[in-house]
Design a protein around this ligand. Sequence first.
Ligand code: PGA
Length: 251
Amino acid sequence: MKKPILVANWKNHPESLRAVTPILTGLSRKSAVYKKLSTFIAPPLVYIEAVSSKIKSFAGLAGQDIFFAMEGTYTGAVTPDILKSFGVKLTIIGHSERRALGETNEVAAAKVKTALRSGITPLLCIGEEARDAEGNYFEFLSEELKLSLEGIRRKDDAHKLIIAYEPIWAIGKKAKDAMPPADLAQMVIFIKKVLTEIFGRESAERIPILYGGSVESGNANELVATGVQGFLVGHASLDPKNFSEIAEALL
Ligand code: PGA
């Protein structure tokens, strides 16, 4: 049985390098808990070196995004080899906040391929904007997942993927606004079904599905019991106490 996965998505926080230190100090107090999980921290890129030296013994370093090209000249870009040289092992791809800036499923698929080629684990995010009584979001999610994995069919690639289901309407709220556990359990089954259509049952079963969207210490326990193999945590990951309680819920 693989370890549960816990990924901290710091987004564009905290507001300065100085504010990173207390977070890292807080995290390291619970290093024993994080070591029992596959824990990753995805800080803003410019903080990566400061973070990596402090989390080495209990968490891996993750990117919040990956550039789609491996080589070439691109002003402003950070290519995968640079990320790798700083020890980045996993990267978030297709986060809804990037999709809102115009990132398409095609771009997400290119990034998944680039990550696989570079030996960085792709954590692909999918999630519907809203729920409707007709259940149109099922179709939306199926298409988003299939198109974001377009061209990836090899079993050994499939076995390196991680999917994060993050309904957009549940992101950045309070614990009470996260997805109800019964609905999440249904979505996990649905996502597995779509992955089975793409990769076949045996490979689909091996792909971890994480949940993200207002995971906090107050709801982590009930969300664990839905079949998810971990969490992608935004705002609560900047609060060491809250984050460590989420980690404990996964044990
Ligand atoms: P949240 O963010 O935990 O603040 O809802 C999750 C995410 O956007 O990855």
